[in-house]
Design a protein around this ligand. Structure first.
Ligand code: ATP
Ligand code: MG
Length: 406
């Protein structure tokens, strides 16, 4: 089976709308919107599906395309490589006929991850595509308050999805157990359902790791740290984590990009995993993460990104079963990371400069001296203005943070 070997939430991705649970009314309304689009283009030419992670936003659009026999073309906004060519691809698929004459459904997934400045790509490019498109475009996003969505909302019919009810989560989990011919105790099942808080992807992932590890009870850790961690701190906390939930949280709060995380781990794994068995396990999981990243790059299947983090947290960090945790001195990965950091830094800086130049009317060449340096000085004295400046410039806070730009 083609889905064999995929993480369970992907293996069990619904193929038809009837396989989805929850948000039934909204899904029906979205389907009518798509169907009516084909006969008459509505004034709001695109749709925006908003809601928390793991509840079937992407899944419902995929299933809908199947049910309506439409050709689904997916783009993910996390894909920042060669933005120009991606924009051209989106525009082409929105304005050109399909080969087989079937109508097309265009999915722009996770648009809250778009770049902020509308003059160079991102939101501006999407607005243009929406205007010219001869096919319905559906976008998805998590955060209704993201400044990135403000302009998009004006041209979009908004559909809001909510959490999945516990009994629906349970229903799906039981079905998956049946299909995989495995069982867990009802206490474990309850705990997974409760712990997932209406996030079905998280529930299915937890079920999978329970079944794989053969454990019978869950340790639910609730350590919340809202401060962002630096690279070495991320590594330290990752390996110090008592369980996989905590390890995953460390990763999700870290600002480290997944590419560099893999490099950092590759360089430093042996400091925490000292027995041959641990090391073997750790490298195996790390290579699974790396393979999955490769798979994402080849197939543009960004849905797999969540599993990269699983391999790194549940996999790599949890491989430390014998070596006691020690504080160690980490070494910085060698050249590939440095190249990558250089690129990112330039990218972020030019985004800020472009935005600043637009807002002030000072040329991009001069605006660093006249404004950006001064903003950095102000932030050094009073860091609490960071959010205000970031909002004003419509850029990520992290890119204004000089520390993370180093
Ligand atoms: N309502 C649902 N019914 C059935 N399965 C679901 C549902 N929601 C999520 N799942 C399961 O979780 C997986 C992930 O769901 P999906 O990709 O649709 O999440 P999402 O809402 O798009 O989340 P994100 O905001 O993180 O992209 C699916 O492949 C499926 O296995
Ligand atoms: Mg999604």
């Amino acid at each position: 089976m083609i889905n064999e070997g995929l993480p369970w939430p992907e293996k069990h991705r619904p193929k038809k709308l009837e396989q989805l649970v929850g948000n039934q009314e909204t899904i029906r309304a979205l389907k009518s919107w798509v169907v009516s689009w084909i006969s008459k283009i509505p004034s709001k030419r695109a749709a925006l599906v908003i809601g928390p992670p793991g509840i079937g936003k992407t899944a419902s659009i995929g299933a809908m395309a199947n049910d309506l026999d439409m050709e689904l073309v997916e783009f993910n906004s996390s894909d920042k490589r060669n933005r120009d060519s991606i924009e051209t691809l989106v525009w082409r698929s929105a304005t050109q006929q399909t080969l087989d004459g079937r109508p097309r459904l265009i999915l722009l997934d996770e648009v809250d991850g778009l770049s902020g400045t509308s003059d160079r790509g991102g939101v501006g490019a999407i607005l243009k595509v929406v205007k010219d498109s001869v096919y319905p475009i559906v976008m998805t996003a998590n955060d209704p308050n993201s400044p990135r969505l403000k302009d998009l909302m004006k041209v979009c019919q908004v559909f809001t999805f909510g959490h999945i009810e516990n009994n629906d989560v349970e229903k799906i989990l039981k079905q998956i157990l049946l299909e995989n011919n495995v069982e867990v105790s009802s206490e474990v099942l309850d705990e997974i359902v409760e712990g997932a808080g209406g996030d079905l992807r998280a529930a299915i992932s937890d079920l999978e790791s329970q079944v794989r590890s053969g454990l019978t009870s869950l340790v639910v850790e609730s350590v919340v740290r809202d401060s962002k961690r630096g690279d070495e701190e991320t590594l330290r906390h990752l390996f110090a984590s008592a369980d996989s939930k905590m390890a995953r949280r460390v990763l999700s709060e870290s600002e480290l990009n997944h590419d560099s995380l893999v490099l950092w781990l590759e360089e430093n794994l042996h400091l925490h995993l000292m027995t041959p068995k641990e090391l073997d396990n750790g490298f195996e999981q790390l290579s699974l993460a790396d393979l999955t990243l490769g798979r994402i790059m080849i197939n543009q299947n960004w849905k797999l990104l969540a599993y990269v983090y699983d391999f790194l947290s549940m996999g790599v960090a949890m491989s430390r079963s014998e070596t006691p945790f020690r504080r160690v001195k980490y070494s910085q990965p060698t050249w590939p990371l440095l190249v990558w950091q250089g690129d990112r830094k330039r990218d972020k800086q030019s985004e800020i400069l472009a935005s600043l130049s637009k807002l002030t009317g000072v040329s991009k060449k001069r605006v660093r001296k006249t404004h950006l340096d001064i903003i950095h000085e102000i932030l050094k004295i009073n860091h609490q203005y960071l959010t205000d400046f970031a909002n004003w410039l419509n850029v990520d806070k992290s890119s204004l943070n000089q520390k993370s730009n180093r």
